[in-house]
Design a protein around this ligand. Structure first.
Ligand SMILES: [Zn+2]
Length: 148
């Protein structure tokens, strides 16, 4: 199953209630035959790419980050309600970075606000521009595939 996840580019972007409803309504209208799920939280959540996460790469030195090291970094920053901080020290080159800045293969994200569209047939070409006009901040899409 393919889930199109529509999230702000900024992990901390959080719209007010009215803007939130307008964004969700726009997405519901853009995908009339699809099942839509939505979520809002005070702290950023990890927006995964499904079964296609093949690796995580350091943006500073290009090293592959071992999946055990990545799990440790994720666990260390995660509170019960989300990520209390995204700041990390990279395990490879020991420099300051963020979980969000790591290069996920395939792309993943962190966000406080997520709208999921199940099995979208066609993505309207102006969708991201329209959402930015409504919310006042830019959006991105994460395509997640779940094999079972
Ligand atoms: Zn590095």
């Amino acid at each position: 199953m393919i889930i199109l996840k529509i999230v702000p580019q900024d992990p901390y972007a959080l719209p007010d209630e009215v803007t939130y409803r307008r964004v969700v309504n726009h997405i519901v209208k853009a995908f009339p035959r699809c099942e839509i799920a939505e979520g809002l939280s005070d702290l950023p959540q990890f927006v995964d790419c499904g079964d296609d996460l093949e690796g995580v790469v350091c943006p500073l030195c290009g090293a592959d980050i071992d999946s055990d090291d990545w799990s440790i970094l994720m666990d260390a920053s995660y509170d019960e309600e989300g990520f209390s901080s995204l700041k990390i020290t990279t395990p490879c080159c020991h420099k300051p970075s963020t979980l969000n800045a790591l290069e996920y293969q395939a792309p993943c994200a962190f966000s406080c606000f997520e709208v999921d569209v199940a099995e979208p047939k066609k993505i309207p070409p102006t969708l991201l521009k329209d959402l930015e006009a409504i919310a006042g901040f830019p959006f991105q899409t994460i395509v997640a595939e779940y094999k079972d």
